[in-house]
Design a binder for this molecule. Structure first.
Ligand SMILES: Nc1ncnc2c1ncn2[C@@H]1O[C@H](COP(=O)(O)OP(=O)(O)OP(=O)(O)O)[C@@H](O)[C@H]1O
Length: 236
């Protein structure tokens, strides 16, 4: 099982226009060991969920403290961490950089398969696995929101990462595609960490973190976490 470890991880940002270069802490310090199969993260807008998630694959570096994945430091061993940790953004179009899904999956596979023929065959297998072969050659702009989301996931999962980090994956999806995504996540061998405003989805995890004003204010049973979050919002 993959292990993510945060030790005193803190993220501070400069306060815009501040003449004396003041900074603001937007997350932390966070001390956390994640070694559960499914972890969800809930919290209000701007509470720090995305920042926490982005620490996990080195998209954001801690200003102080450390973050490691299976012992690899996200700053010192950034490239190796990113090979192990896939990150999926809310809006899949920011992830799909090639004209078609097939080309995007092939692009993902370029490190694993140097020969073009091998890459083609491996991409076909991935597209089949996600039930997307029939959409592989369509422009990514002509895919529906749900199809695009699944295509983006196929792209990031093509290289078999050990950890999948998802930032609000169902925000743009209708109920049917949300259920489809949930079924897909259920079937994944990977460890999954996801931030979501969908409290039903959050409650399907093994463990839930509640983030409030840059701090983890609850860490534990998903149903209790959702209750904690509701109380936080309802009784400010
Ligand atoms: N690079 C940055 N520079 C300045 N402020 C930032 C930066 N990144 C994030 N912030 C601020 O930090 C806070 C936390 O942002 P973050 O995106 O982590 O929140 P979130 O919980 O994911 O919110 P949402 O649910 O709205 O997506 C916000 O106030 C945001 O404006």
């Amino acid at each position: 099982m993959t292990q993510v470890r945060l030790e005193g991880a803190t993220v501070t940002v400069p306060v815009d226009g501040s003449p004396d270069r003041r900074t603001r802490t937007i997350l932390g310090p966070v001390d956390l060991v994640l070694d559960d199969r499914r972890v969800s993260v809930v919290g209000a807008n701007g509470s720090g969920k995305s920042t926490l998630l982005r620490l996990l694959n080195g998209l954001v570096s801690p200003t102080s403290g450390t973050v490691s994945v299976d012992g690899l430091d996200t700053v010192r061993d950034g490239a190796r961490v990113r090979r192990r940790v896939a990150f999926a953004f809310t809006d899949p179009i920011s992830q799909l950089v090639m004209p078609t899904g097939r080309e995007d999956v092939e692009l993902s596979l370029r490190r694993l398969h140097r020969s073009r023929g091998d890459r083609r065959a491996a991409a076909e297998t991935v597209l089949d696995r996600f039930g997307l072969a029939h959409l592989a050659d369509q422009s990514v702009y002509d895919l529906s929101g749900g199809e695009r989301q699944l295509m983006a996931l196929a792209v990031v999962l093509a290289t078999d990462p050990v950890l999948l980090v998802l930032d609000e994956p169902t925000t743009l999806l209708d109920r049917r595609n949300t259920l489809r995504l949930r079924a897909l996540l259920d079937g994944l061998a990977q460890t999954v960490v996801l931030a979501t405003h969908d409290l039903d989805l959050a409650a399907t995890a093994d463990r839930t973190l509640v983030v409030d004003e840059g701090r983890i204010v609850f860490d534990g049973d998903p149903r209790a976490a959702v209750e904690h979050y509701r109380r936080l919002v309802d009784e400010p």
